[in-house]
Ligand binder design. Structure first.
Ligand code: GRF
Length: 216
């Protein structure tokens, strides 16, 4: 079966990109990376892409007069690559309604909280400050409002006494690297359907048994 072609958009470290690269190395994984784009010229993720032999492009938002012009350049690259699913992997630019509509239901994001809790930045510090006992991460389809949209996969981790944002972020990040490739797999297998703005996962095999989190 043909593998689903991915475009991965990054801005920095690219550890979630790396998780996708590693998953795609397995010939049985139903997706492959057709394109990596960073808006930041010195993103570490670009090196990861090059090391994996992937097409890596810089589209520096600073070189465009406005967001729509920047996004038109992104869309042109994505279309040219033949990508069928766009994965935001630590992509730190807000997207206009126009871009989100162009890629509706073909655009996913990973966010380091259990949405709908803690949208936006500094999620770990806010979760600790709120006294939350559980944190986690979410892969969801993108809608125009920030960090909103049908939830595909989530993973939870405990918040432990003495955690600071860095220790919690590391615990959550390990789960991000599990659920991002898991969500892409579900989509590539055609098992995700959006009904009334909720993502339904079709039966077929147990839903990602590897998501059982040993931290609990
Ligand atoms: C991750 O925590 C992701 O959830 C958030 O930005 C961070 C990106 O990390 N959206 P990396 O660049 O994938 O290492």
């Amino acid at each position: 079966m043909a593998r689903l072609k991915l475009a991965v958009l990054i801005s920095g470290r690219g550890s979630n990109l790396q998780a996708l690269i590693d998953a795609c190395r397995d010939p049985a994984y139903p997706a492959e990376i057709a394109l990596v784009v960073s808006n930041e010229p010195d993103a570490l993720g670009l090196e990861r892409a090059k090391s994996a032999g992937l097409a890596a492009h810089v589209v520096n938002h600073r070189g465009f007069p406005d967001r729509p012009a920047f996004e038109a350049a992104l869309t042109a690259l994505i279309e040219k690559s033949g990508a069928q699913l766009v994965c935001l992997a630590g992509f730190m630019r807000l997207l206009t309604d126009g871009f989100v509509t162009r890629w509706r239901d073909k655009l996913i994001n990973i966010h380091p909280s259990l949405l709908p809790a803690f949208k936006g930045l500094d999620t770990h510090a806010r979760a600790i400050a709120a006294g939350a006992r559980v944190a986690g991460c979410t892969v969801h389809f993108v809608r125009p409002a920030m960090d909103e949209g049908p939830i595909i996969v989530q993973a939870a981790v405990p918040i432990l006494p003495g955690d600071d944002p860095a220790t919690l972020a590391a615990r959550v990040l390990a789960q991000e690297h599990v659920i991002f490739p898991a969500a892409v797999r579900l989509i590539a297998e055609g098992r995700v359907k959006i009904v009334d703005e909720r993502a339904e996962i079709a039966e077929g095999r147990p839903l990602a048994p590897d998501l059982v989190n040993p931290a609990f």
